[in-house]
Design a protein around this ligand. Structure first.
Ligand code: PLP
Length: 393
């Protein structure tokens, strides 16, 4: 068109070029995924990029960046490094962008996923179901979007409770039928999942006869249980997902908080069908050396538990995450113990019932978090908890 770099000045020519642009955008771009995910349905950004500088656009609906209140920013990291955000970048940051995220960030995230998980679907063509990424304000927002997208009232879904209350809160209003899959210290028990799924016949699967739509699970350092699924169990669960044709939602915010190498392969790394939706989170790990910090914290909590709670409670050492899940012996429901008596003794934990599908169902567990307290505070807290348990039983 103007490969030599000459500007097109003639109005007629301009109109022709514009028409050509619109034609190309409407025909081959609107149908493409990128254009639909772009800042407008008809791909205005692409159009502007291809256009000569003399093009005057009255089409854009974006705010004028010259009116943005923030011009520049400098962020200082923990080690004193200054990261500068100049005027151009600030305008970009505050301007509309593609719904799935700023393209450079998406491409960086895609490379990260490839280097961590090598997902088979990353190399598929878009028609075959190539892996897609969407940036959200955290795992919680991603989960809410996914649940709203997938669930219709009455749908069956599978999860291993006790589980993250944020997930239960997002699921409850959607009117789905939550089926609890039994689990132990290594997460979901595949045999138990198989048993649940045996209510549906191959015929049901073929006709989509209310087969569970998805299985939701927290594969590493589960909240509240601290449990991590083994590789073998993941493989078995993925095979069941293929057999019964359901999706796997892998909510993995504690992936980077695994204390021992090698890290277990993720569901995403096994996903030959494109049936895994993975939610990641940076909210727990925005600094270096974080795993080592949490490992030391975990060990301090285990030492405090050994010192004060032996004989009064049971627990398993978590291999990832931020939580110790403690079963109090001789107490059938920890709700009253924690919400009334523990407060008087100035120690606070979360009663286990908060993580049940029906939070009124009694639980003899409590969740203790080792992310915020110092080792000395953990020690004192468990001393107080031990006194409390002795008084209660
Ligand atoms: C299992 C689980 N999923 C999701 C979240 C929410 O993560 P984010 O802070 O990225 O929204 C949490 C946070 O506590 C969590 O424990």
């Amino acid at each position: 068109m103007n490969g030599g770099g000459n500007l097109v000045t003639d109005d007629v020519e301009k109109a022709e070029i514009l028409n050509a642009f619109f034609a190309s955008v409407f025909t081959d771009k609107v149908s493409s995924h990128t254009a639909v995910l772009g800042n407008t349905v008809w791909g205005e950004a692409e159009l502007m990029q291809k256009s000569p500088p003399s093009l005057i656009s009255l089409a854009g609906g974006a705010p004028n960046p010259n009116t943005f209140p923030f011009k520049m920013a400098t962020i200082t990291t923990g080690d004193g490094t200054a990261v500068n955000i100049g005027e151009d970048l600030m305008k970009r940051a505050l301007q509309y962008s593609a719904s799935a995220g700023i393209p450079e960030l998406l491409s960086w995230l895609k490379d990260l996923q490839k280097s961590l998980h090598n997902p088979p679907t990353a190399n598929y063509s878009p028609d075959q179901g190539q892996m897609e990424i969407c940036v959200t304000t955290g795992s919680q927002e991603g989960l809410s979007k996914v649940f709203e997208m997938l669930i219709n009232p009455g749908d069956n879904i599978l999860l291993d409770a006790p589980t993250y209350p944020g997930t239960l809160a997002a699921l409850r209003p959607l009117g789905c039928n939550i089926i609890n899959v039994p689990s132990d210290q290594y997460g979901i028990i595949p045999k138990a999942l198989k048993e649940i799924l045996s209510r549906w016949s191959p015929e049901d699967v073929r006709k989509h006869n209310n087969i569970p739509k998805f299985l939701y699970t927290i594969p590493n350092g589960g909240n509240p249980t601290g449990t991590s699924l083994t590789t073998d169990r993941k493989k078995e669960i993925y095979q069941l997902a293929r057999q019964y044709n359901f999706l796997v939602i892998e909510d993995d915010p504690y992936y980077f908080l695994q204390f021992d190498k090698p890290w277990a392969p993720t569901f995403l790394s096994m996903d030959v069908d494109g049936r895994v939706i993975r939610t990641d989170s940076f909210s727990k790990i925005l600094s270096s050396g974080v795993v080592e910090f949490y490992r030391v914290q975990r060990d301090a909590m285990l030492a405090a538990a050994d010192k004060w709670l032996k004989g009064l409670a049971d627990w398993h050492a978590p291999a990832a995450g931020m939580f110790l899940w403690i079963k109090i012996k001789g107490v059938s429901d920890t709700q009253q113990l924690i919400m009334e008596k523990a407060l008087q003794k100035e120690v606070l934990l979360v009663p286990g019932g908060a993580f049940n599908i029906d939070s009124s169902v009694p639980s003899s567990y409590v969740r203790a978090s080792f992310s915020l307290s110092s080792p000395a505070q953990m020690d004192q807290a468990f001393q107080r908890l031990a006194e409390l348990i002795k008084e209660a039983v």
